[in-house]
Structures are given as structure tokens and as C-alpha cells.
Unconditional design. Structure first.
Length: 237
């Protein structure tokens, strides 16, 4: 069995850190200006991904750099849709210039979590992707309503789970304001990654690039999935 291993990148100025992350993942979600990133970081990160054969995805968010996209923003559906298209196309111009292409979209932060429970926000995200490229896959929280909304819109959703985050009993991610929201121990994160893969609830597993010790975490996840013959990718690209 195979499962994708992805990472949120292009959010930091540390090129060596992101290069090390790329050695262990199969998909990279690149910040495209909404919460972090500019043309320089997008080009650097996309180049790293292309050099290593890592699939490139856009990682758009609420347009809120001040709060790193981690606070919900009340936005009309059309305004949100327009912002997302602008972000994705900004990254696309960079990636195309380098000879690559974007194959998936993963909302960031608060937008991701709101879409998991709010159908109107999920529809706005889906509408943006349809206007941009309806063949692109959309990453969303495994078990969330967003996946059903996108599927009904004719989009191919991909269920995502997290190796480096704690979950609530209802399947939502524990809010980051809780001291135990993150899993920073590589062995614990790797065990969770394998457990999530074995349950079959997710097609892709994420490690955040800005989690403390992210390189060690993603390396441990890759190793445990390799040993169990779970590493690989089910995604197109």
C-alpha cells in the first residue's frame, strides 16, 4: 500500500531547513503570499521540489499575513474565491517559469479548519479551484464535511491526516493555543503516521515545516512508512 507524505513549506527563510525537508516527502504545499511567502521564497522552494521530484501544491490562506493565516476572517464567498485564485496563480507563474506545474491545493491554517466544518467556505475554496484548474486535487481534513462538498462539486478531494498534531475526539485538530497541540517527538509522530496510514482514513499525511524539529519528524515518518511498505504516492503529477 502507498500513501503520500506532504509538508507545508515556503513559510520560512531557512533554505537549508526546507531543503532537508524535501529529502523525505513526496508532496510540498508552498505558501503563495496569503499568510507567508513572496516570489523569492516561492521560486526557491519550488526549485527545491522540482530538483527532488517532489509534487508541488499551492498553499493559499486567508489574506492575513499579520496573523500567519491562523485567525478566521469573515469574507464574502466571492472575495475569498478571488483571493485564493490570485494566490494560486501567483505561485503558478513561478512554477511554470521553472518548468513545473501545480497538481494540488491545500488551504492553510484557519481557512483549512473553517472549511472542514463550514460548507459555504468549502464551496468558495472549491469554486476557486474549479475556475483555476478543475483537475487539481484538494487536500482536506480526513472525515470532514469539506471532502463531501468538493466531491459533490466534481473535484477530486484527498483526505489528509497529521503526524505532528493532536486530535480532538470528534476528529478535529486540537487548537494551537493548547500546550499539547503539537507532537514534537519524532518517534511519537512517526507512530501516529503509521497508525493513520493503517486505518485507511487518509491518503496523505502532513508534517508542518515550522513544527519544532520538523526535519527529524518527517525523516522518522518516512522511515517508519518505508519499513511498513507504506511510503509512496497515490497522487497524480
Amino acid at each position: 500500500m502507498k500513501i503520500d507524505l506532504n509538508c507545508d513549506v515556503g513559510e520560512l527563510e531557512d533554505a537549508a531547513h526546507e531543503a532537508a525537508l524535501m529529502e523525505h516527502i513526496t508532496s510540498a504545499n508552498i505558501a503563495c503570499g496569503g499568510h507567508a511567502g513572496d516570489e523569492e521564497t516561492m521560486e526557491r522552494t519550488a526549485r527545491l521540489a522540482l530538483e527532488r521530484g517532489v509534487r508541488i501544491g499551492a498553499h493559499p490562506s486567508y489574506p492575513d499575513r499579520a496573523n500567519f493565516g491562523r485567525q478566521e476572517m469573515p469574507m464574502a464567498g466571492e472575495a475569498l474565491e478571488a483571493s485564493l485564485i490570485e494566490q494560486i496563480e501567483r505561485l503558478e507563474r513561478v512554477v511554470r517559469r521553472l518548468g513545473g506545474r501545480i497538481v494540488h491545493v491545500k488551504p492553510h491554517g484557519a481557512l483549512y479548519n473553517v472549511a472542514a466544518r463550514n460548507e459555504s467556505v468549502a464551496r468558495a475554496i472549491g469554486a476557486a479551484v474549479i475556475r483555476w484548474n478543475r483537475e487539481a486535487t484538494l487536500f482536506g481534513l480526513a472525515g470532514s464535511r469539506a471532502l463531501d462538498v468538493w466531491s459533490a462539486m466534481g473535484l477530486p478531494p484527498v483526505a489528509e491526516a497529521f503526524a505532528d498534531r493532536k486530535y480532538e475526539p470528534d476528529g478535529s485538530l486540537r487548537a494551537r493555543n493548547h500546550p499539547d497541540a503539537l507532537i514534537a517527538d519524532p518517534s511519537e509522530a512517526a507512530s501516529q503516521a503509521l497508525r493513520l496510514a493503517q486505518t485507511g482514513q487518509a491518503q496523505t499525511i502532513c508534517v508542518h515545516g515550522d513544527t519544532p524539529g520538523a526535519v527529524a519528524i518527517v525523516k522518522a515518518c518516512r522511515e517508519i512508512l518505508d519499513r511498513a511498505d507504506w511510503q509512496g504516492s497515490l497522487l497524480k503529477g
